[in-house]
Each structure stands twice: as C-alpha cells, then as structure tokens.
Design a protein around this ligand. Sequence first.
Ligand SMILES: [Zn+2]
Ligand SMILES: [Zn+2]
Length: 120
Amino acid sequence: MSEPPPGVTVLDGPVSLARLHGEACITCGATPPRLEPVGHVQIRGEERSWPVAACPAHAHHVGSVPCRYCPAPDPDVVIRVAASASGPDHPVYAHLACAEARGEKPLYKVGPGAGEEAAR
Ligand SMILES: [Zn+2]
Ligand SMILES: [Zn+2]
C-alpha cells in the first residue's frame, strides 16, 4: 500500500457510494442543493481516490482545516459556530482532546463515522 498523494484524505471505510461520488456530503451525508468540491479522499487500504463534495457546513473540513488550538490537521469536533458577516456561519473546529483540555464543550462531532448524528 502506497502513501496517498498530497491533498488526498484517507478515510476509514466503509463510506457510502453516494458520498464517494460527490452526490452527498462526504462528512454528514446531507444532500443540499449545492455541494462544494472538497478535494479527494481515499479509503484506507484501497488504491483509487475519489473527488468528493461537502455541504456548506462541512465544505472546509476535509483535510484542510486546522484545529483551533494546535497545528495538527483533521479536527474531530466543532466547538462553536462563528457568525460570519458575509455568507453562512462557519464552524470552528478542534480536536476533542484539545477542546476538553481547555474546558470547551464540543457542539458536535465531525468526520467520517460522525455523519449520522450530524445529519438532521
Ligand atoms: Zn455535511
Ligand atoms: Zn488539536
């Protein structure tokens, strides 16, 4: 098994085909009218990568958003939703451990596997 190329996020499977095909949000499985491309993912153990999309709330998550408190990628919770003057509110991401270390209560989990609870 080779290292994924830069920009490709490796996910633990299984991930539904709708998500891999960009027909549903890769993070939560929602199917809003507009999905934004968020790069490529690869299922752990598989060679091929998929161009995927995400709903507006998760469009900046996959492989690109740093933790609020540390430089490591792939935060796994949202600690708050920051209001934005232009456009939709944007979630503030952090690692669960980083948030708890600072007494922050996570709003909800993100990332592969957390989708079903995040979908409403
Ligand atoms: Zn989503
Ligand atoms: Zn962190």
